[in-house]
Design a protein around this ligand. Structure first.
Ligand SMILES: CC(C)(COP(=O)(O)OP(=O)(O)OC[C@H]1O[C@@H](n2cnc3c(N)ncnc32)[C@H](O)[C@@H]1OP(=O)(O)O)[C@@H](O)C(=O)NCCC(=O)NCCS
Length: 182
């Protein structure tokens, strides 16, 4: 596979590179679209890149170099989440579904107790939503007005997941929305 994950040392060798990545790219679908150095330093100091709940990785591409950042979150829960951010230059090149597969491989092969791996995005993040679908993740929820937007109306938050058993079998189990017909 052309893509691989490299664990980040946020308080050591990777500190400057983390600040550079977060301050030199734009993240229009995140609550803080253009983090400042101060905000990244605060996040590092608070353990948001690596602590009991969080672990962060660079996404490396064999030809394109370091293309992005992937953080596993809520690791003390049985159902971790993630934060995926590609560098501006690496977006729109079809990498996302492979990265989702890489993330699921990592979670299910290194965390034996985890049965589901989850992701949330804004309803208008079309690229992320299409990537979820392409990677075989299943939409499980649509939280209306669930995502606050600075200076504007809230948008919906959409939740997806992949199950360990689907990852193992290569099949996709759809949601049975109303099996009892209630
Ligand atoms: C969201 C993100 C991870 C998607 O990764 P990507 O590699 O750019 O996406 P891809 O190129 O694989 O495209 C995925 C799909 O979305 C479509 N797409 C890509 N960019 C798009 C855009 N700007 N608008 C609409 N559709 C888009 C592609 O055509 C593709 O559709 P297909 O599967 O039907 O062919 C990446 O763009 C990114 O890091 N964005 C900024 C951070 C972010 O929003 N992260 C998500 C947080 S949950």
């Amino acid at each position: 596979m052309a893509l691989s994950l490299t664990r980040i040392d946020p308080t050591g060798t990777d500190r400057e590179a983390l600040v550079d990545f977060f301050t030199s790219n734009r993240f229009p679908f995140h609550v803080d679209p253009q983090p400042t150095r101060e905000r990244v330093d605060e996040a590092i100091a608070a353990g948001r890149f690596r602590d009991d709940d969080n672990d962060s990785y660079w996404i490396d591409h064999a030809e394109q170099g370091r293309v992005g950042f992937l953080r596993f979150e809520d690791l003390t829960d049985q159902a971790p989440l993630f934060d995926l951010r590609l560098a501006d230059r690496a977006r729109g090149k079809g990498l996302a579904a492979t990265i989702l597969a890489l993330g699921a491989d990592h979670v299910f092969s290194t965390m034996p107790e985890v049965r589901r791996f989850e992701g949330q995005t804004r309803e208008d993040n079309v690229a992320m939503r299409r990537a979820f679908r392409r990677a075989g993740w299943v939409q499980e929820a649509y939280y209306r007005e669930g995502w606050p937007v600075e200076g504007g109306d809230p948008v919906a938050s959409v939740a997806y997941s992949v199950l360990r058993r689907d990852w193992e079998s290569g099949e996709t189990t759809p949601v049975r929305w109303d099996p009892a017909g209630t």
